[in-house]
Design a protein around this ligand. Structure first.
Ligand code: AMP
Ligand code: GLY
Length: 431
């Protein structure tokens, strides 16, 4: 088969890396890809958001399957267009992708399908939002204010008090820091607990789960600083058993997909629930209609099954015949970011040490090549991903490899995996 992967980040590098291992695949293409992906697949300079360009490319290379990485082409209906052209495409249709692209829609769905989530209100008018905020008491904070549209993971702002909340409404709705994505906002209760990403493959009827993972969204150690697209992730999380996962799917993923079906929308692809495991129960923070970045990197390092099997079964409605096999142990991915990210950063810094990495896979994201030189070309540059028989070994060996890679301004979190390690310290028998 010939497969075209759409996108050009670390997640797409992991998709290409894993799909290339399939005995079903003899050619693999990526658009736009990046310099790292170009080492293992033929890349084409077509932007992920250029839907006609991507569909034309799929036809030109004779792709039998298109796998869509990022949310924007999904939200713009690339799967519907591929279907209309007779090209198999993995991912939800435009209407189904609303579960990610419109947070107000997603919260409404959770409400109607009785999916546990943070209490919320949505506002299209900043003055109305401010009237509600002014009525809140000191103990009603912190809260979270979210732009309803797509913001590359950066559209949620935690506010500590009323003043900050009022200023944030102005920043999103009047200064329009997130553009039209902030025309509607969601005001949410702040949830306390461990965060987990639980993704399932679904063909609209059945579900097969991927290992639960934990992303690290804020830019600095100890979850300080602004949110990023994700600074690192590990899998599996030690605090969810398969039984817990089954219960979550019954309460979260299954009702979401059934409710969409009631609305006449069939959801096929991967459904990502971002959850907080609160003291009482797991609650949904958000749904995404695609694989996570960087969660995909450690998850695929542990996936033994040929990825083409669940990808095709999700499209063809055969998921009940699929079970995924996982390698034992843990995987950890640490993101190396450009100085200044998630704010302004410079590009074009030379990266050294990639050839010294022996004990991890380095998934490339914001990177380009000039001759033999690797240069930074984005905010999240690399995802160094190592495995180990236990979480501690996977974290330690990954950081050993991280230390070999240098570029001016590079920064990474030093505490990827710490929540899992702390849990294990208190819950594992020490005998
Ligand atoms: P989102 O934009 O919804 O993907 O949220 C980005 C990140 O903000 C999440 O991954 C959480 O770390 C944090 N976050 C969002 N909503 C809440 C909430 N209600 N309570 C606590 N943290 C939240
Ligand atoms: N890692 C967060 C996301 O993919 O949305």
């Amino acid at each position: 088969m010939k497969v075209l992967v759409i996108g050009g980040g670390g997640r797409e590098h992991a998709l290409v890396w894993k799909i290339k291992q399939s005995s079903m695949v003899n050619e693999i293409f990526c658009a736009p890809g990046n310099a790292g992906i170009a080492e293992i697949a033929q890349c084409f300079p077509v932007k992920a958001e250029d839907i006609p360009g991507q569909v034309e490319l799929a036809k030109r290379v004779g792709a039998n399957l298109v796998v869509v990485g990022p949310e924007v082409p999904l939200a713009e209906g690339i799967v519907d267009i591929c279907q209309a052209e007779g090209i198999k495409a993995f991912g939800p249709t435009k209407k189904a992708a609303l579960i990610e692209s419109d947070k107000a829609f997603a919260k409404g769905l959770m409400d109607k399908a009785r999916i546990p989530t943070a209490k919320f209100s949505t506002f299209e008018n900043p003055d109305k939002a401010k009237i509600v905020l002014k009525c809140l008491e000191k103990e009603d904070f912190p809260r979270v204010i979210k732009a309803s549209g797509l913001c590359a993971g950066k559209g949620s702002i935690m506010v500590k008090d009323k003043e900050e909340a009022l200023a944030t409404v102005d920043k999103i709705m009047r200064d329009r820091i997130f553009g039209e994505a902030g025309d509607t906002i969601v005001l949410e209760e702040y949830l306390e607990g461990d965060e987990v990403s639980l993704l399932v493959f679904t063909d609209g009827k059945d579900f097969v789960f991927l290992l639960p993972s934990q992303d690290h969204k804020p830019v600095f150690n100890d979850d300080e600083g602004p949110n990023t697209g994700g600074m690192g992730a590990y899998a599996p999380v030690p605090f969810l058993s398969d039984k817990d996962i089954g219960k979550i799917i019954d309460k979260v993923h299954a009702p979401a997909i059934h409710y969409l079906r009631k609305m006449g929308i069939e959801y096929k692809g991967v459904l990502y629930a971002g959850l907080i495991i609160t003291e009482k129960d797991p609650k949904v923070l958000e749904f995404n209609c695609r694989f996570g970045d960087p969660e995909t990197q450690p998850i695929f390092m542990l996936l033994e099954t040929d990825l083409m099997e669940p990808l095709l079964a999700s499209i063809e409605g055969n998921l009940k015949n699929i079970s995924l096999k996982w390698k034992p142990g843990y995987a950890t991915c640490v993101i190396l970011a450009s100085g200044g990210y998630p704010g302004k950063y410079e590009k074009g810094k030379e990266i050294t040490g990639l050839d010294k990495v022996t004990d991890a896979v380095v998934f490339h994201a914001g990177i380009r090549k000039e001759g033999d030189k690797w240069l930074t070309n984005g905010g999240r540059v690399l995802g160094v991903t190592g495995v180990g028989k236990d979480l501690e070994t996977s974290v330690d060996s990954t950081y050993r490899e991280v230390d070999k890679i240098k570029f001016e301004g590079v920064h990474n979190r030093l505490d990827i995996g710490v929540h899992g390690l702390t849990y294990l310290m208190f819950h594992q028998s020490l005998i």
